[in-house]
Ligand binder design. Structure first.
Ligand code: TYM
Length: 383
């Protein structure tokens, strides 16, 4: 597939490509705001969010969520008494990695503060259609496994509704038809980069990711907007959905976009297709330690050189894990950065510490995942 931000990505390996199916190169978030036509999250808007949440979530404070569409409209409506629903999802291509958890942790926070429903779509059909080697048995297995991860984060069954596409297509199908009829092939091709060789299942498929934006009205009769927290790679879906929403009598779905947690290599997002540079939620402690030990950092060739000239935390994947997930105390984070730059703290120390933090987090997460097996059916969307 070609991409939505650049037509000649092959020419330069570091060229930015951000599509729902591929993210590579150095991601320039300011440029994405311009090219995708989204809005930056302004201090004024953050203040409005903070009024409802007591304290600004760390992911907003650190600008991990950095962009939006219509968040202001959703807040206007909320202030006047119209609630919203949350919608997000997962393409079950393999195990969940800690990057996927970033928007889900934020979604849970918004759900708790605004007391809203979440619709969570598991797109086994998408993964089957787009991948040459996926089969439906395998995507069903990962759908189940990935749902456990969502539940392990603390979502409650009374307001969390998981949609497994191939099982629940009867609930979505009429909405996908309404959507598909109003999106031309020309729009879909220019938005998603479809080519002559693209299979026709994939060409129809964006209508299926659009459908949960509108499912709340069908299930409850209530017409409220959907707010979608996700990384910015999913934005092309919302562009086409927003264009047709009002024609169908729905609110335009709103979005709040986050940055990508990087992988453990030099640059690039954490991606399930690169297991050696991803930390999966099901990784055992020794695997985590090994992956972290091999991680790319901003360190120097020798300890002596690093003590003398310091390291560069801006290119270090480990530092980003503290920033995104594992150091909530901003003063301590600044102190770590200072020591790194000044050569006082070497990479080995940071790696040892983050491996311990990760393994502590994963141990608790894996225990909750096991418990989720007893309750997973309660989350399955009901007819
Ligand atoms: P998928 O499975 O590729 O990704 C699931 C969610 O994780 C986000 N994400 C990341 N966030 C931070 N750092 C990363 N390294 C990282 N990698 C992925 C994605 O943006 C996504 O929010 N087609 C979708 C499934 C889906 C969906 C949705 C996602 C269906 N409906 C509505 C978001 C909202 C997919 O394959 O996501």
């Amino acid at each position: 597939m070609n991409n939505t931000t650049s037509s000649n990505a092959e020419e330069n390996n570091n060229e930015m490509v951000v599509t729902p199916w591929e993210v590579k190169g150095k991601v320039d978030y300011e440029r994405l705001i311009k090219e995708f036509g989204t809005q930056p999250l302004t201090p004024q808007l953050l203040e409005r969010v903070e009024k409802h949440t007591d304290k600004l979530h760390l992911q907003l404070e650190r600008k991990i969520f950095f962009s939006h569409r219509d968040l202001d409209t959703v807040l206007d409506l909320y202030d006047k008494g119209t609630k919203f629903v949350l919608y997000t999802g997962r393409g079950p291509s393999g195990p969940v990695h800690i990057g996927h958890l970033v928007p889900w942790i934020f979604t849970l926070h918004i759900q708790q503060k605004f007391n809203t429903r979440l619709y969570f779509q598991i797109t086994d059909d998408e993964k089957y259609l787009i991948s040459d080697n996926a089969d439906l048995k395998n995507t069903a297995k990962w759908s189940y496994e990935n749902a456990l991860d969502l539940i392990a984060l603390g979502f409650k069954p009374q307001d969390t509704f998981i949609i497994y596409d191939t099982q629940d297509i009867d609930l979505l199908y009429d909405i996908t038809l309404e959507v598909a009829k109003r999106i031309t092939y020309s729009t879909a091709r220019s938005t998603f980069g479809f080519q002559d060789s693209t299979n026709i299942g994939w060409i129809y498929w964006p209508a299926i990711q659009a459908a949960p934006c509108f499912i709340h009205k069908k299930l409850t009769g209530e017409n409220v907007p959907a707010l979608i927290p996700a990384a910015i790679d999913q934005d092309p879906y919302w562009r086409v959905t927003r264009d047709i929403a009002q024609k169908l009598g729905y609110y335009k779905p709103a979005q709040i976009h986050c940055r990508f947690l990087p992988g453990l290599g030099a640059g690039g997002k954490m991606s399930a297709s690169m297991p050696e540079t991803s930390i999966f939620t099901i990784d055992p402690p020794d695997v985590v330690k090994k992956k972290i030990w091999n991680a790319f950092t901003g360190g120097k060739g020798t300890a002596a050189e690093q003590r003398k000239t310091g390291a560069d935390p801006t290119v270090c994947s480990i530092f980003q894990y503290y920033f995104f997930l594992f150091e909530e105390d901003t003063a301590k984070l600044a102190e770590r950065e200072r020591k790194c730059r000044g050569g006082e703290m070497l990479c080995g120390e940071c790696k040892k510490d983050i491996a311990e933090k990760l393994n502590g987090f994963l141990k608790a997460h894996q225990e909750r995942r096991e418990k989720a097996k007893d309750v997973i059916d309660q989350y399955h969307i009901k007819r």
